[in-house]
Design a protein around this ligand. Structure first.
Ligand SMILES: [Zn+2]
Length: 645
C-alpha cells in the first residue's frame, strides 16, 4: 500500500472516530489541496452546523463533504426542493447537477443570498436534498470569457478530477529529504521590467512563480531552461504560482505545458479568467503581426484546466513542506501578494508581485500583515529615487482639464490603456466626472478587450474596493453600466464613424502602443491637431508608446502594421495630435508607496530582493531600504541564486 493510501486510510479512521455514530464515512480522497469526505449521511452531516469546521481545524486540512453517489435524490426532485429553500430575490439562473460527485452548481445573480448567513442557506440545501451546493455569480455584464471558462471546465470535468487527484497525491506525498534549505533563483525581471519569473526551491520542492513576457522585446523570455528551472525536467516542478494576469507575469504560462509541465497553477479565480483572456489575445496579436506564436490556444486551455483557484486568506498546502496564502495586492483584479510558509516554522518568503500600497478607486491597498516573513521579493517598477507619482486627485484634475480642452476644440481624446486595471480605473473617474459635471457628458468608446475585461471585474466584485463592491451589488448603481460607455464591437467601420463624429473619449488597447486597435486610432486621429493622445500608464523602454512620449512624431507605418489608411504615402504617419502624459493612475506603488509597504510591514522582513524594475530603480530602492531600515537588501541580476537557510 502506498504511503498516500495509508494516510487516507488513517484519516478515514480518525474522521470516523470524531463523528457521531450515526454518520458514516464511505471514503476519503485528496482533490488538489482539499480533503474530500464522502458520506452516506449528508443530511445529518449538514445538521451538525459546526462539524466540518471542527474537523478542518483538528486535521489542519481544507475539507469538503460530499454525498456518496448511492444516496442521491433525483435531480428533478432535488431541483424543486432547492428552489424552495433559496429566496427568490437570489435570482437563480442555472442549476447544474453532477451525479459523479454529488455536487450541484448554482449560478445566481446574488450568490450571497444562496449562501446565507455563515453558510446557513447552503446547509439548509444539503439538509433538504443531500447534494453539496456550490455557488457562482451570474455576471451582471455578459462575459464571454467567464462563460467560456465555465463551460470548458464543465466539459473537462472528468479529466479535471483526475488532475486534482494526482495533484492531491503529490502534495501529500511523504517527504524524502532530511536537508533543510530555501533558495530563490531569478529567471527574469531583474534589473529590467518584464518576463517576471522565479524559482523557489527547498530540498523537497520546486515552485515556479510567474512566467511572463517582456513587452516590446518579444523573444526575450525567462531563463526557463536554467538547471534550477525546467532544465531538470518539467516534472520536477511541483507547482506554478501566478501572482496576477498581466502578460509580463502570465504570457508564457501556457508555454510550460508545451514543454511538458502538467502540474497545478495556483491563482485567484479572476486571475485564471483574465489569464485566459489575455493569453488568447497575445496569440491573436502575434498572428496579426506575422510572428510565430510560442504556443497554441490548446496550451491556454491546458493551463486553465490545471488552475486551482484560491481565495485571499486561504492557507493551502501546495507541497509536503510548503503552504501558500494569497493576499490582496491592490494592483489589478485578483492580483495577489504570495506568502510561502516553508517547513513547520522553518522559513517564510513573500513575493509582492505587482502592488499598489494605497487604496485606489478600484482596489483596497496591498496587504502587508503576515504571521511571519523573513525574506521579501519586492517589485521596484517605481523604485527610483525620483519616482514619486502625482497625487491621485491632482492626476484626475489634470485628466479632466485635458479632456475639457480637447472637447472645446472639437477634438477627441484617445487613451491607450491596459485592458485590465487602468481602463476600469479611468472609467470610474470619467463616470463620476460626468455625473458631477466636471467634464461635459460625451460618449466613451471602449475598444479592444476593455469591455470584456470590465465584464470580468463585475463578475468578481468581492475582489474590488469595499464601496465599489457595494455599488455593484446594487445593480442600479453599478458605475460600469453607465449609458455613456459604448463597446466598439463592429470593427473598422465603427471606428471610422467615431473618428468622423462628435467629440468623445476613446479608451483602447494596447496600453504601451505595441499593437491592437490603438494602432488604428493613431491612423484615424494621429494627423488631427485638435485631438489628444493621453498616456495614463507606464511606457516601457523599447515600446512605441515610450518613443511617442519622448517626442517621436513621424511613425514608420511598418511600426503600426494594421494602422488605418491615413499614412502620407511615404511610409510614415505624421503625428499631429497633442500628446499628454497624466501620471498617477499607475497600478504600481510609487517610491513612497514601496517604502511605506516595507516600513509598515508586519513583521518587517530581514532581507529584501528588489526586482521588477530597471537597473537604476532596483539599485536605488535596494540602497534606500538598507539605509533607512537596516535590513539586508539586494538588487539581483537574472540567473542569480540566493540561499536563505
Ligand atoms: Zn502587473
Amino acid at each position: 500500500m502506498s504511503t498516500v493510501e495509508q494516510q487516507l486510510d488513517d484519516l478515514k479512521a480518525e474522521i470516523t472516530s470524531e463523528l457521531p455514530t450515526d454518520i458514516s464515512v464511505s471514503s476519503v480522497k485528496y482533490e488538489g489541496p482539499e480533503l474530500v469526505v464522502y458520506t452516506r449521511d449528508p443530511k445529518k452531516f449538514a445538521q451538525q452546523g459546526d462539524l466540518i469546521r471542527k474537523l478542518a481545524s483538528k486535521l489542519r486540512k481544507r475539507i469538503t463533504v460530499r454525498p456518496d453517489p448511492s444516496v442521491l435524490s433525483r435531480p428533478d426532485e432535488a431541483r424543486e426542493q432547492i428552489m424552495n429553500v433559496i429566496p427568490e430575490e437570489a435570482g437563480v439562473t442555472d442549476l447544474d447537477f453532477h451525479a459523479d460527485t454529488g455536487e450541484v452548481v448554482i449560478e445566481a445573480e446574488k450568490p450571497g443570498m444562496v449562501i446565507g448567513r455563515h453558510g446557513s442557506t447552503l446547509r439548509d440545501i444539503t439538509k433538504s436534498v443531500g447534494w453539496t451546493p456550490e455557488v457562482v455569480r451570474t455576471p451582471p455584464i455578459e462575459s464571454s470569457t467567464v462563460s467560456n471558462v465555465r463551460s470548458f471546465l464543465k466539459q473537462e470535468r472528468d479529466e479535471r478530477r483526475d488532475i486534482l487527484e494526482k495533484v492531491g497525491r503529490q502534495i501529500h506525498r511523504e517527504e524524502m529529504s532530511d536537508d533543510e534549505y530555501v533558495r530563490i533563483t531569478t529567471l527574469g525581471c531583474c534589473r529590467e521590467v518584464g518576463r517576471a519569473s522565479f524559482i523557489l526551491s527547498t530540498s523537497e520542492t520546486r515552485i515556479l512563480i510567474d512566467c511572463g513576457d517582456k513587452p516590446g522585446a518579444e523573444g526575450e523570455v525567462p531563463y526557463l531552461h536554467a538547471p534550477e528551472a525546467l532544465g531538470a525536467g518539467p516534472q520536477t516542478i511541483d507547482a506554478v504560482v501566478l501572482t496576477h494576469a498581466h502578460l509580463d507575469h502570465s504570457a508564457l504560462i501556457p508555454l510550460l505545458f508545451k514543454y511538458g509541465y502538467d502540474g497545478p497553477i495556483y491563482c485567484t479565480e479572476p486571475t485564471r479568467d483574465l489569464m485566459g483572456l489575455l493569453t488568447l489575445d497575445y496569440l491573436d496579436v502575434a498572428a496579426k503581426e506575422g510572428r510565430a506564436p510560442p504556443y497554441e490556444s490548446e496550451q491556454v486551455r491546458e493551463a486553465i484546466k490545471h488552475c486551482i483557484p484560491l481565495e485571499y486568506g486561504d492557507v493551502t498546502d501546495i507541497a509536503p513542506d510548503v503552504k501558500l496564502t494569497f493576499h490582496n495586492a491592490g494592483h489589478i483584479l485578483g492580483s495577489a501578494v504570495s506568502h510561502f510558509h516553508i517547513g513547520d516554522g522553518l522559513y517564510n518568503v513573500c513575493f509582492s508581485g505587482d502592488i499598489h500600497y494605497e487604496d485606489t478607486r478600484l482596489f483596497n491597498g496591498a496587504t502587508n500583515d503576515f504571521p511571519r516573513v523573513e525574506t521579501l521579493v519586492l517589485e521596484s517598477t517605481y523604485g527610483g529615487r525620483n519616482d514619486y507619482q502625482t497625487d491621485q486627485q491632482d492626476s484626475e484634475a489634470k485628466l479632466k482639464e485635458v479632456i475639457t480642452e480637447t472637447y472645446e476644440r472639437g477634438g477627441k481624446v484617445v487613451i491607450p490603456a491596459f485592458a485590465v486595471g487602468r481602463s476600469q480605473e479611468i472609467m470610474l473617474v470619467l463616470e463620476q466626472a460626468m455625473r458631477s459635471g466636471d467634464i461635459p457628458e460625451m460618449p466613451v468608446h471602449l475598444d479592444g478587450m476593455i469591455w470584456e475585461a470590465t465584464a470580468i471585474h463585475t463578475t468578481y466584485p468581492e475582489y474590488l474596493r469595499d464601496d465599489l463592491r457595494d455599488r455593484i451589488f446594487h445593480d442600479d448603481e453599478n458605475p460600469f453600466l453607465a449609458e455613456e460607455f459604448n463597446h466598439i464591437d463592429a470593427g473598422e467601420e465603427e471606428r471610422q464613424e467615431v473618428a468622423d463624429g462628435e467629440p468623445c473619449i476613446i479608451l483602447s488597447t494596447s496600453g504601451m502602443v505595441t499593437g491592437g486597435p490603438i494602432m488604428s486610432w493613431l491612423g484615424h486621429l494621429g494627423p488631427d491637431p485638435d485631438s489628444t493622445l493621453v498616456f495614463v500608464g507606464y511606457q516601457a523602454q523599447g515600446t512605441l508608446g515610450r518613443r511617442i512620449q519622448n517626442g517621436w512624431d513621424e511613425i514608420p507605418t511598418s511600426e503600426v502594421g494594421a494602422m488605418g489608411s491615413s499614412g502620407n504615402g511615404r511610409g510614415t504617419l505624421s503625428l499631429n495630435m497633442n500628446v499628454e502624459t497624466v501620471d498617477g493612475f499607475s497600478g504600481h506603488a510609487d517610491r513612497a508607496g514601496l517604502e511605506n509597504f516595507v516600513k509598515t510591514m508586519n513583521p518587517r522582513p530581514e532581507k529584501v530582493l528588489c526586482v521588477h524594475g530597471d537597473e537604476r530603480s532596483t539599485q536605488d530602492l535596494s540602497s534606500a531600504l538598507y539605509h533607512d531600515y537596516n535590513m539586508r537588501t539586494f538588487a539581483p541580476k537574472n540567473l542569480e541564486t540566493f540561499r536563505f537557510l
